[in-house]
Structures are given as structure tokens and as C-alpha cells.
Design a protein around this ligand. Structure first.
Ligand SMILES: CC(C)(COP(=O)(O)OP(=O)(O)OC[C@H]1O[C@@H](n2cnc3c(N)ncnc32)[C@H](O)[C@@H]1OP(=O)(O)O)[C@@H](O)C(=O)NCCC(=O)NCCS
Length: 204
């Protein structure tokens, strides 16, 4: 089994939207994924695939950049982030219900944070449902702090949102997140072409 983090591509939309429908109410409509993929300066989307990586010819083998989806590749999770004016905003993060508890969620989060650090972001922010204990644990593990509450932020269920922030300018928080990313990356053997190549080859 191989785990591969790579930039999301248009042909991934069906699989990602299917996971999204399992995880969120309401899920993003498919056109939103297409729009996000079109905003490559601001919107950063990563997918985590598991399955067998193909044998590729020449330099493509080293970068693990197949031209099309290799047979046997399944998307097990995805994450999204907007990067604007030095602030990274995690817009979405999910793993397939059959692939939870394997360290994939934290690997995806670490990939987004590494991208934010590489782009000199000074903070990472996100909203999470107050009742979402699992995700809140995950974010706290990376050093995110509860900054405030957003009343009724989630219209579905009229639930409050926790406004969580990670200050990358704070040396202590930065150190904690760097250590965490390192540990998480060491836990799951994987290839990361999301952070290797900021803009994927052949990307529209
Ligand atoms: C949140 C989510 C992405 C976590 O993904 P995952 O792949 O299961 O998580 P990991 O295996 O990487 O676990 C990472 C950390 O998450 C927390 N966590 C994971 N499962 C947990 C559980 N059942 N109970 C409590 N905390 C849990 C822990 O802090 C864990 O670290 P640990 O293993 O050192 O305890 C996943 O549960 C999910 O997709 N949920 C639905 C979508 C969602 O809520 N997304 C977040 C929106 S803000």
C-alpha cells in the first residue's frame, strides 16, 4: 500500500465530492470544486490517495506525476486552504469514513500547514463545529487555540462555530507545529508531491 499526497485535479472531483457528501451537511456542490480548482493563486487543494503507485517512465517516475489516474488509486481524504495576504484559512478537511484513525487526517493537515509556511503565511485559521470533538482534538494537537465563538455559524443545525487560530509568528507555536508536522510525516510512509511542486504539471 502506498500513500500519496498530491494536488487535487479536475478528474478527482467525483471521488472528493462523494467523501464530502459523507462528511458534511450540506456538502459543497460539484461546481464549487471546479471553481476552487480554477483559483490556483489562492485556493490550495490536496488529496491523499492510497493504492498502488504506477511505474512511470523517466523523470515522471521520480516526481510520481502520472498523466491520468493510475488504476487502483483511491482518494481516501482531501483538504483545502485559501491563502490570502499572509493568512491561511483551512476551508475543508476530511477523510473517508473507512480510512479514519490511520493518521491520514493529520497528514493532510500537516501538508496544508507546510504549504502555508512555504508561502510565508503568518497565521492559519479555521472554523469547526463546537460538537466536532474529533476535529477539535486534531487541531489542538497542532497548536491551534480557540480564539472565539461564531454564534450560529453553521446554518444546518444552527450550531456555533469555534474560531481556531495558529499564530505562525509566535516562536513557541511555530516550534510546536513544526515538531508535530515532522512526527506526523514520520508516522505514515508516503510520497508528497503537493509540497514538492507548488503548481502541478499540466494544471489548467
Ligand atoms: C476530523 C478527521 C479529518 C480526522 O481524520 P482521521 O484520519 O480519522 O484522523 P487521524 O487518524 O489523522 O487522527 C489525528 C488526530 O485526530 C484526533 N482524533 C482522531 N480520531 C479521534 C477520535 N475517534 N476521538 C477523538 N479524537 C480523535 C486525535 O487527536 C488524533 O491524534 P492521536 O491519534 O494522536 O490521538 C475525520 O474524522 C473526518 O473526516 N471527519 C469528518 C469531517 C470533519 O469533521 N472535518 C473537519 C472539519 S473542520
Amino acid at each position: 500500500m502506498n500513500v500519496h499526497l498530491r494536488p487535487m485535479r479536475p478528474e478527482d472531483i467525483d471521488q472528493v465530492a462523494a467523501i464530502d457528501a459523507h462528511c458534511f451537511r450540506p456538502p459543497w456542490p460539484k461546481h464549487s470544486w471546479r471553481d476552487e480548482l480554477g483559483m490556483r493563486n489562492h485556493s490550495h487543494l490536496v488529496v491523499l490517495c492510497d493504492g498502488l503507485l504506477p511505474r512511470l517512465p523517466g523523470w515522471r517516475r521520480h516526481l510520481q506525476l502520472p498523466r491520468s489516474r493510475p488504476p487502483g488509486e483511491r482518494i481516501a481524504g482531501y483538504g483545502g486552504m485559501w491563502l490570502v495576504a499572509g493568512e491561511a484559512h483551512i476551508s475543508t478537511l476530511a477523510t473517508h469514513p473507512d480510512h479514519r484513525g490511520l493518521g491520514y487526517g493529520e497528514l493532510l493537515l500537516a501538508a496544508l500547514i507546510r504549504r502555508a509556511l512555504a508561502r510565508q503565511a503568518t497565521s492559519v485559521v479555521l472554523e469547526v463545529r463546537e460538537s466536532n470533538r474529533v476535529a477539535r482534538n486534531l487541531y489542538q494537537k497542532f497548536g491551534f487555540r480557540l480564539f472565539g465563538m461564531k454564534a450560529g455559524y453553521y446554518r444546518e443545525g444552527n450550531e456555533d462555530g469555534c474560531d481556531m487560530r495558529l499564530d505562525l509568528d509566535d516562536p513557541e507555536a511555530r516550534n510546536q507545529v513544526l515538531q508535530q508536522c515532522k512526527m506526523v510525516r514520520a508516522k505514515v510512509i508516503h510520497v508528497d508531491t503537493f509540497n514538492l511542486i507548488p503548481q502541478p504539471f499540466g494544471y489548467p
